[in-house]
Design a binder for this molecule. Structure first.
Ligand code: GRF
Length: 201
């Protein structure tokens, strides 16, 4: 299954996808997209000889229409947002509805929505004195973090003494959950019915 990954920064989730042994031969990352001209995730893409594109208005950049055409040409079946901070345009979400997933570093629907990204999320979780946190993988719709939840992993964070420690605990779990959901998607084992999403064993 061909997948594309949208990134905005470090690319550790992209690295986790590329490192997942059980995904080798199952998926093929055919393109990386970012709103940034430069980011560490692009260095990862270069090392793996994966074409990388910046979405923007600059000379060497492409717009969402061109990105959509490329994704269709590459027969991409799953678009993974891994730290992508921009809201996708409505036409794009509708064109690929049911094929775009996002990983959020908290247990949605709590601690999500506009402005809730990166350390903002972990600060809010830490300051709320929650005893648990963890990653959520969800389908993407036309607003921040509101798409249907596919999978979550709840982790005890009572040992964390700062938002940074919460971030570290959650990120480790993100690197397991996201490849797992991609794997299940590739196997066709994510079933969507009216009131729930089931991941078949
Ligand atoms: C992750 O924490 C993810 O949950 C959030 O953005 C971060 C991306 O980190 N959406 P990385 O670029 O994958 O390291």
């Amino acid at each position: 299954m061909n997948i594309a990954v949208f990134v905005s920064g470090r690319g550790s989730n992209l690295q986790a996808i590329l490192d997942a042994e059980y995904l080798k031969g199952i998926i093929n990352v055919t393109a990386i997209f970012s709103d940034k001209k430069e980011c560490r995730a692009f260095n990862i893409a270069e090392k793996h000889r994966i074409p990388a594109f910046t979405i923007g208005k600059g000379a060497s950049e492409i717009d969402y229409e061109e990105a959509a055409r490329l994704l269709e040409e590459q027969k991409v079946e799953l678009i993974v947002l891994a730290g992508y901070l921009k809201l996708l345009p409505v036409f794009f979400v509708e064109k690929f509805i049911g094929k775009i997933i996002n990983i959020h570093p908290a247990l949605l629907p709590k601690f999500g929505g506009k402005g809730m990204y990166g350390m903002n999320v972990h600060k809010a979780v830490f300051n709320s004195h929650s005893e648990v946190s963890g990653p959520t993988v969800h389908f993407v719709d036309t607003s921040y973090d509101t798409g249907r939840i596919i999978a979550q992993k709840e982790i005890d964070i009572t040992s964390a003494s700062s938002p940074e420690e919460v971030a570290e605990i959650v990120l480790k779990e993100e690197h397991k959950l996201l490849p797992f959901v991609i794997w299940k998607f590739a196997l066709g084992e994510i079933k969507i019915n009216d009131n729930q999403i089931i991941i078949e064993k």
